[in-house]
Design a protein around this ligand. Structure first.
Ligand code: ZN
Length: 278
């Protein structure tokens, strides 16, 4: 399989234009550059309001493929845990209201003064199991996204696609649970090709950015595809060999570079790289 630049599959996450654009401006920028898919960032949606956001998307012919991020379920205290579950039920309804088919879900990291990683993992898995019925009711899938081990402490207590696959085996709810493969998070994983094949049809999101050799911040210094160390075409081919035919989603957090540039320049650079570097 060769990688292709089918314009209908290209998706640019709202977070890629996080610093420059509000909700409407980001959708306008994508639409005027011929991009028909985005993933909505919860903070932008909250600022605009769900009803207005839905009409902005509709008016510009831009589809929200997902809402990001949900989850954050590692609270030890029952009140915090139940409030997090309530937040997720609300986000599932928001996702449904803007036509998004999935809520990208991260586990959350360790709580304040917490060192019990095993507890945090068990808690997050427990929380995911409790979100299965509301996700089913909302008609929105939970796309579990493992993140890079450097953010284990504050964003995700699972770091590998292997763990995500094992959790989905345990949850046994593939009608409503899926996996988001973020190349930036799992590119280093020794058995990545095998775990992508194992995930198969569970892969419902495919996030792309690059790992800069001189990165200054593992969370907020992601690179433009083609500027770093990740063999993005190879990972995309593995996902497609596993059956993935969904959107190719550019998700760049870039405080020192791309967030400082004109949004049209960012989007035109993505278009230029698409089909070549990712
Ligand atoms: Zn991602």
């Amino acid at each position: 399989l060769n990688i292709t630049a089918d314009p209908a599959r290209l998706c640019v996450h709202q977070v890629t234009l996080m610093a420059q654009c509000d909700f409407r401006q980001s959708v306008e920028c994508l639409a005027r550059n011929g991009i028909t898919k985005t993933a909505v960032w919860r903070e932008k949606l909250d600022a605009t309001g769900v009803a207005d956001a839905a009409s902005i998307l509709r008016d510009h012919g831009v589809e929200a493929v997902a809402l990001c991020p949900g989850g954050l379920l590692t609270h030890r205290d029952p009140a915090g845990f139940h409030s997090a579950l309530g937040d997720n039920r609300r986000w599932l309804d928001w996702a449904a209201a803007i036509g998004a088919k999935s809520l990208v879900t991260i586990t959350g990291g360790l709580g304040e003064n917490e060192t019990d990683l095993r507890f945090a993992r068990d808690r997050a898995l427990e929380g995911l199991a409790m979100l299965v019925p509301p996700a089913r009711a909302a008609g929105v899938r939970l796309a579990l996204e493992p993140l890079h081990p450097m953010v284990c402490g504050n964003r995700s207590v699972i770091s590998t696609l292997r763990e995500a696959n094992t959790w989905l085996d345990q949850l046994d709810a593939d009608d409503v649970m899926g996996i988001a493969v973020d190349t930036y998070a799992v590119w280093w994983e020794p058995d990545l090709q095998r775990e992508i094949a194992r995930a198969g049809k569970r892969i419902i999101a495919f996030h792309v950015s690059d790992w800069l050799a001189d990165t200054t911040d593992v969370r907020l210094d992601r690179g433009m595809p083609g500027d770093g160390l990740i063999d993005l075409p190879a990972i995309r081919r593995w996902a497609e060999a596993a059956g993935y035919r969904g959107p190719i989603e550019v998700e760049i957090f870039s405080q020192r570079d791309w967030w400082t540039r004109d949004p049209d320049v960012v989007v035109r650079t993505i278009l230029d790289r698409y089909g070549r570097s990712f």
